[in-house]
Write a protein that binds this ligand. Structure first.
Ligand SMILES: [Zn+2]
Length: 154
């Protein structure tokens, strides 16, 4: 996942399914009384499709969302090439940069394109934690968009 200016979303149905996909996540973090850091994060809009091993977000759009107070809490993207999901060195660099830019921890959710997802928490110094348990729902807030809920144990 990288951040460069990108064009219009591409219709996913006409593209091979080994391309990476990405979306912006809005939502919130809250602390449960047992000390767990909980979150709810829903996709802002349908996923954009990139190329194999590469997907790019529109950085200007991210700044614009932040400026208008949209509660951006992270990014979703896929690694369709991975048998076991894990973040890449590029993902770490990208997440660190945005956490420093915004001054807060953010989610990096990575899927393999087959309903398997890993949820990572990143901060200004890089990786912080992996979500202990998470669930996802489809179309709760808007048809076609996924919502993720989960927590990081204390
Ligand atoms: Zn990645």
């Amino acid at each position: 996942m990288g951040f460069k200016k990108q064009g219009d979303p591409v219709d996913a149905r006409i593209l091979p399914d080994d391309n990476e996909e990405c979306s912006l996540l809005i939502g919130s973090f809250f602390v449960h009384h047992n000390g767990s850091l909980c979150f709810i994060a829903t996709e802002l809009e349908p996923r954009h499709e990139g190329a194999p091993h590469e997907v790019e977000f529109d950085w200007q759009k991210v700044y614009d969302l932040e400026d208008t107070g949209v509660p951006l809490i992270g990014w979703y993207h896929t690694h369709p090439f991975q048998e076991h999901i894990g973040y890449s060195p590029t993902d770490v660099a990208t997440m660190k940069a945005w956490c420093r830019c915004f001054g807060r921890d953010m989610l990096c959710i990575i899927g393999n394109g087959n309903d398997q997802n890993e949820v990572y928490l990143f901060g200004k110094d890089g990786y912080k934690d992996t979500c202990d348990m998470h669930d996802l729902t489809y179309g709760t807030f808007r048809p076609g968009l996924f919502t993720f809920m989960g927590f990081f144990a204390p």
